[in-house]
Design a protein around this ligand. Structure first.
Ligand SMILES: NC(=O)c1ccc[n+]([C@@H]2O[C@H](COP(=O)([O-])OP(=O)(O)OC[C@H]3O[C@@H](n4cnc5c(N)ncnc54)[C@H](O)[C@@H]3O)[C@@H](O)[C@H]2O)c1
Ligand SMILES: [Zn+2]
Length: 350
């Protein structure tokens, strides 16, 4: 069954330095959903002209809000009634646009084809791949969703280049997450990098993506637990994102810091033997000590939030991802109470 799913849904991934020819996007049958900030990008404006029908959205968690979903659906249905063939959705934007458009594509007219054109590094590395779509409910992230892998993904360098340094930094959490999960060559490369910028990211992109698919392909529908590994740093990361109001990428860096500190405390990760890379240029940016403590102190209501978290396994247990060493993660079912206790402990580190 798994191999059928994979065969049927194999996503084609393309890399381009600038906008490829219009026909690649079947623009006459497609509705383009795009982040309106992209209008500032000249290369994107050229791309947008391919499409007869397009729908601009404001990015962010608000776009993923369930309560606003019917508003968008009504607008889009009005618009797409003019398309003759079944519509195909081309989503251009960051992870919020991708999650929203993916959910829309999986439900509108009982499901239409989806093409992702990720325009943030975070989306290019992570959220466009693997087929997860999501909406938020009452401030809880990703409570509703589906698996709807894109038929094709276009990674276009000239779209990604309009991001500022903060947005480049925002990708770091997912880069380090997937490198720590993968270990091997990718981990070696990231731990040896001494610069961090768009060119480094563009070069690393194929390997980062491959590392995500190596996990997703073993458990595409998150049925056997392997895919949970991708939640490394995300249990507490999501708490930080919603309560300390940080961007997803930055919050994941704090979540990774928390997971590493907990792994050390439990002696799952050993300081000398398995954590020698902590001082490398990129990995030393994972918060620890007072910087991490200051943010963890701001977390309130963590129990309520964690209980709502999608990684719950039943009776107040959460599958938490620890790290033994790069390339060797460990999934452990832990009590919500013990996460709270560990948040307390790490909040008081001086
Ligand atoms: N589906 C998944 O597997 C998955 C995985 C990871 C994260 N996510 C989701 O992705 C979201 C975070 O992703 P994100 O940070 O890309 O979100 P985002 O869509 O909010 O984009 C971040 C910011 O970048 C701007 N932007 C987008 N493209 C740009 C460009 N080319 N130049 C300049 N600015 C640009 C946006 O307008 C926004 O202000 C969260 O909602 C998270 O839950 C989903
Ligand atoms: Zn993430």
């Amino acid at each position: 069954l798994r191999s059928r799913f994979l065969k049927k849904n194999r996503t084609k991934i393309h890399f381009y330095d600038s906008v490829p020819a219009a026909k690649k996007f079947a623009p006459s049958q497609s509705l383009l959903i795009y982040d309106k900030v992209l209008l500032k990008n000249s290369s994107f404006r050229k791309f947008k002209k391919f499409f007869k029908q397009s729908y601009a959205v404001q990015s962010g968690e608000g776009l993923k809000s369930l309560s606003k979903f019917s508003y968008h659906v009504e607008k889009i249905l009005e618009m797409t009634s003019q398309l003759q063939k079944p519509i195909r959705i081309v989503a251009a934007g960051g992870g919020s646009v991708g999650d929203f458009s993916g959910f829309l594509a999986s439900t509108i007219k009982r499901g239409v084809d989806l093409v992702h054109v990720p325009t943030t590094w975070l989306a290019a590395i992570d959220s466009a791949h693997g087929g997860k779509t999501a909406l938020n409910v009452k401030g809880y992230k990703n409570q509703i969703g589906s698996f709807h892998p894109a038929k094709e993904i276009f990674l276009i360098k000239s779209f990604l280049q309009s991001q500022n340094q903060k947005q480049i930094d925002d990708a770091l959490g997912e880069v380090l997450k997937v490198s720590m999960l993968a270990g091997g060559r990718l981990f070696k490369k990231t731990s040896q990098l001494e610069a961090w910028g768009p060119d480094d990211l563009w070069k690393l992109l194929p390997e980062l993506i491959k590392a995500k698919y190596a996990i997703v392909d073993k458990d595409p529908l998150e049925k056997i637990g392997i895919r949970h590994l991708l939640n490394l740093g995300h249990t507490v990361g999501h708490l930080v994102e919603t309560q300390a109001k940080m961007s997803h990428g930055t919050a994941v860096m704090y979540g990774l810091g928390f997971s590493l500190q907990w792994s050390l405390k439990e002696k799952i990760l050993q300081n000398q033997k398995n954590y020698f890379w902590r001082n490398s240029f990129l990995y030393s940016q994972i918060p620890n000590g007072p910087k991490l403590a200051k943010v963890l102190k701001r977390l309130k209501n963590s129990k309520k939030y964690l209980s709502q978290d999608k990684k719950m396994t039943g009776s107040n247990k959460v599958r938490f991802i620890f790290l033994i060493a790069p390339g060797k993660p460990k999934i452990k079912s832990v009590d919500v109470r013990s996460i709270e206790k560990e948040i307390q402990r790490q909040s008081h580190v001086i």
